[in-house]
Design a protein around this ligand. Structure first.
Ligand SMILES: *[C@@H]1O[C@H](CO)[C@@H](O)[C@H](O)[C@H]1NC(C)=O
Ligand SMILES: *[C@@H]1O[C@H](CO)[C@@H](O)[C@H](O)[C@H]1NC(C)=O
Ligand SMILES: *[C@@H]1O[C@H](CO)[C@@H](O)[C@H](O)[C@H]1NC(C)=O
Length: 416
């Protein structure tokens, strides 16, 4: 009897062992993701640090077009008309708002994700994560697809799979668009794996609107997300989300081509970065996801960042199990199983909890990487993706519009 029992345990152990080895070492394929996790050391700032402390500020927000705009991701303010706003939603729409009301739907992409919007000379430049770079002419109302993701194939044989943000710069009669190309491995639906591996195929592209030429100016980035240009037009500031830092790339000047770290060990994952409206003091708004100061809850990445092999095992198993469940659900027509399968398959199941317990945060930083202001939004636990600053002449107050993954378009009046 004992013999039988121990051989049963023994064989169960052997099977698990073989399975683990297989999941870790087998070649990538339909059921196993192409992952090579790296060791990361990403300490969080000290709890008494000013940035963590966030001046204990939480602002009330007015939710704009709550029922109409579902999960706003990106936004652009019209510099000439502070009551006009352009917003891209995760449901695939690009809206124009006037006085906080939607007045027009400019573009729509079934299953698309409009991101990275910038208004430049009456033209709205934006990204659709799955298809590339677009421009919408506000005067002629025409939409043009400037750059398709697969057009980057000639660069090194591996086309881009996920564009995220852009910034426009004028250079000698040419309009240049700098783009954050997040991955050549995973599309936006699989962003969790780009974040958790992390995938280091991210890069910065330079696109010329004059001759449609695309070049790579910076590579090997781990989830480059937001991008902004400095006032002297000499540097790009880039949020490298998976490394929880902001880097600076010199476009011009003495250190041309050099890349340095502007700020690291942020208390959350930096999403987007945008210049504030303060003309005399150069400062930037950065939206953070998963801020780790809320009840000091740590996230999946804090627990496993120094364990690359364990991460590979967890991520591959999650995708494998998700794929199997999804296919079974598909076979038997079970929506529940399909939903569960897809939440595992996309990796969201691994970090959903982190999003629920760690709210977003906005920080304002200067060129010397001092934190000037930081705050959260009252009664809102979601991510703060992007921040655009406006101004209320009557109240003499700074106004911020914020977008959020899974949240609302918010309008906040800053009070010191
Ligand atoms: C930077 O470029 C913008 C156009 O992209 C221009 O309006 C601005 O004057 C430039 N700033 C400097 C300091 O050259
Ligand atoms: C595009 O840029 C590359 C690198 O700067 C250059 O070698 C190439 O000639 C350019 N192509 C066009 C069409 O301008
Ligand atoms: C701009 O920043 C300076 C220095 O921090 C501050 O004194 C000034 O009030 C700010 N102006 C606006 C309009 O926010």
């Amino acid at each position: 009897m004992f013999c039988l029992f121990s051989s049963f345990i023994g064989s169960w152990f052997t099977i698990s062992f073989i399975l683990i080895i297989y999941i870790l070492l087998a070649k990538p394929g339909r059921f196993l993701l192409d992952l090579n996790p790296i060791y990361l050391r990403l300490p969080l700032p000290n709890v008494n640090d000013k940035i963590f402390n966030r001046n204990k500020k939480a602002f009330e927000a007015i939710k704009i077009e709550k029922d109409k705009i579902i999960t706003p991701k990106s936004l652009a303010l019209d510099p000439d008309d502070l009551n006009r706003l352009f917003v891209g939603s995760a449901t695939g729409y690009v809206y124009c708002l006037q006085n906080n009301n939607v007045v027009e739907t400019i573009a729509s992409f079934p299953d698309g994700r409009p991101l990275g919007m910038r208004l430049f000379r009456q033209k709205l430049y934006f990204i659709e994560a799955n298809s590339g770079l677009y421009v919408f002419d506000l005067d002629t109302k025409s939409l043009k697809h400037l750059l398709r993701l697969d057009q980057t194939k000639f660069l090194d044989g591996r086309p881009s799979k996920f564009f995220d943000d852009l910034v426009i710069v004028e250079e000698n009669d040419d309009i240049i668009v700098y783009i954050t190309d997040v991955s050549r491995k995973f599309s936006i639906d699989m962003w969790c794996y780009t974040y958790l591996e992390p995938d280091s195929t991210g890069r910065i592209l330079r696109y010329s609107t004059n001759n449609q030429n695309v070049t790579t100016i910076l590579e090997n980035l781990c989830f480059p997300n937001g991008i902004e240009i400095t006032d002297n037009n000499e540097s790009l500031l880039i949020c490298e989300l998976a490394k929880r830092r902001i880097i600076e790339f010199k476009l011009d000047g003495t250190d041309k081509g050099k890349c340095t770290v502007l700020m690291d060990n942020l208390p959350g994952e930096p999403e987007n970065i945008r210049r504030s409206r303060n003309k005399t003091k150069e400062s930037y708004w950065v939206g953070l996801a998963l801020t780790r100061d809320y009840n000091s809850k740590l996230s999946f990445m804090d627990d496993y960042s120094a364990e690359p092999n364990l991460r590979k095992l967890i991520l591959r198993s999650c995708f494998l199990l998700g794929t199997i469940l999804f296919n079974i659900g598909n076979c038997f027509g079970s929506e529940t199983l399909k939903t569960k399968g897809s939440s595992l398959k996309t990796g969201i199941a691994l970090i959903l909890d982190d999003f629920m317990k760690n709210p977003g945060m906005a920080i304002e930083i200067d060129r010397e990487s001092n934190v000037l202001l930081s705050f959260q939004i009252k009664d809102d636990i979601s991510v703060i993706s992007e921040i655009a600053e406006s101004y209320d002449e009557n109240k003499n107050a700074r106004i911020l519009y914020t977008t959020s993954s899974g949240g609302n378009l918010n309008r906040i009046t800053l009070k010191e």
